[in-house]
Design a protein around this ligand. Sequence first.
Ligand code: SAH
Length: 356
Amino acid sequence: MTNVELIDRLEAEDRLAANEWVQLIDSYSTSDREYAAVRAREISHRYFENKVYTRGLIEFTSYCRNDCYYCGIRRSNQSAERYRLTEEQILQCCEEGYRLGFRTFVLQGGEDGYYTDDRIVSIVSKIHTGYPDCAITLSIGEREEESYRRYFDAGANRYLLRHETADREHYGKLHPEEMSFDHRIECLYTLRKIGFQTGCGFMVGSPGQTPETLAQDMLLIRKLHPQMVGIGPFIPHKDTPFRGEAAGTLELTLFLLSLIRIMEKNVLLPATTALGTIAPDGREQGILAGANVVMPNLSPVAVRKKYALYDNKICTGEEAAECRGCLAGRMQRIGYRIVSDRGDWKERKETDGVQV
Ligand code: SAH
């Protein structure tokens, strides 16, 4: 089968076999990628028209107990500047964000033991009470089922936990032995079971990634059917073991965004900050490849540079309002518009794909 035929079949049947994914990812041409982008764009228009959802990202702690080889805030990085936002500071970010039109707040951070379940519950409850019309997303890593349940009961609606790679061996090349592939995957199923709109995802071009491991990622996404998928290029950080590795490419990231849109149809799919970091118009290209979400930064400017997962991260010097204005302009110039909407996941159209 040609790559175009594979892309058409993915659209019709929502799935490909592992060897077909490998073929597509290994041998795609520029015109295959453009073809996928056109199909992906048509599907996102069907669900979202020209609307782009925004999420206000609050990076509330740069402390982390984990030691992921790729990440700039890993615990072994002695040069990383550490900070924590107080509950009050987090609520101030929300206040500012609400005024700017955000209706989803994403609380992201390292795995920081300071934020006990009680503290997270307190923060989530206050946001939930203060902004009952807003969605609350957590992205704070692996915790136990009981903790996740408490956050959900306190008012958190969504949870982002990238699986990072669906290939066990590859997972072992990205993380120290103390970190468990099985636990991370289990967390995703637990989050779904509890009722969170759940997001998985991975970095494109992480060291050791191959068409075969990416095929596993696509199969996992198909199996989990998450409401959100976060992917962005891997970008090396100078104070990590991967400092000398190459970054993921714009082209492969765009192609994979399109393939995820074609497979998962109604999934919420961000054009990430990392994509905007490797190319000046990376996020615009991401939207044109089928993404439908952007996540501008709402963190206080004073701490932004300290949440350095990778080098040269964009938008670390601007106020939240500037970031939102800048993105609104960028979207408008490509014919899209940023909306003040919670942007919840919606059921699939019945006529779309086969839904097994
Ligand atoms: N501690 C939370 C949040 C992690 S940060 C958790 O465990 O889920 C969010 C994402 O940033 C990670 O899941 C990872 O995929 C991505 N990331 C980390 N380091 C990166 C790098 N060097 N380049 C690109 N993305 C990176």
